[in-house]
Design a protein around this ligand. Structure first.
Ligand SMILES: O=C(CO)[C@@H](O)[C@@H](O)COP(=O)(O)O
Length: 233
């Protein structure tokens, strides 16, 4: 993908989060990476979404060196970079403060996998990171946020669990493309909303059985996926 195509895709993913009601004001950011050049394209910090253009997207290298510096990159850039370096199969990262997912993050509660809506996209409960320690709240705060996410994902496949709740902050999601990450951000919020109401109706309810969860997840993802069309109609 050319750099200009990546910038357009990243802009659209940012705008999707607003269109889908996941972001208000400037509370969020989406980025994408070209794995052939290791260039990362990310939303500029604090720019209004209704005036944002593809040319406003900021390009940096995977180690954080700014390639084009017309605008300052998102203040969450270092979290995105830590995720790209650790999760080599992902191509896009999105952060929002979507209401229900953020409520779970603030309550330090994983979003339980209570139904097949959830299992179609996330193979299990959406995990919550630990709180950052006082020594991590200085200059390295944003990178430390990414490192806490990586710690939470030890032994997990990030493509089977493309979302996390950062304690006291909000969700980060990812995908292979900016479009896929934007869809994951939307489904995450819907699953959080459903889990909230399900738990209110029946506080004792447990996550669905692993076999049902896996049946749903694997029919849509991985080598054996059977959902949808094998050929374009
Ligand atoms: O998480 C936060 C604030 O808590 C940020 O994501 C949000 O303000 C967006 O910042 P940027 O405009 O991406 O610099």
């Amino acid at each position: 993908m050319s750099l200009s195509a990546l910038k357009r895709a990243v802009l659209e993913a940012n705008l999707d989060t607003v269109r889908d009601g996941l972001v208000m004001a400037t509370f969020g950011n989406a980025s994408g990476i070209d794995r052939t050049t290791d260039q990362v394209v990310i939303k500029p910090s604090g720019v209004a979404y209704d005036t944002m253009t593809a040319e406003d997207m900021v390009t940096v290298s995977l180690d954080g060196a700014v390639v084009e510096d017309r605008l300052r990159p998102s203040s969450d850039l270092d979290t995105h970079l830590v995720l790209y370096r650790a999760f080599t199969g992902i191509g896009a990262v999105i952060h929002t403060h979507s209401t229900y997912a953020t409520i779970f993050a603030q309550a330090l509660m994983p979003i339980p996998c209570l139904g097949t809506t959830h299992a179609d996209y996330f193979r299990g409960d959406i995990p919550v990171t630990r709180h950052l320690r006082p020594g991590e709240l200085g200059d390295r705060y944003v990178a430390a946020t990414g490192e806490a996410i990586i710690e939470t994902f030890e032994g997990r496949d990030p493509l089977e669990m493309p979302a996390v709740l950062v304690a006291g902050h909000g969700p980060f999601v990812w995908g292979r493309t900016p479009k896929e990450a934007a869809l994951n951000a939307l489904i995450l919020e819907e699953c959080a909303r459903m889990a909230w109401f399900t738990k209110r109706l029946n506080p004792q309810v447990e996550p669905i059985p692993d076999a049902l969860r896996d049946r749903h997840f694997l029919r849509k993802h991985g080598a054996q996926a059977t959902y949808g069309q094998t050929e374009r109609l």
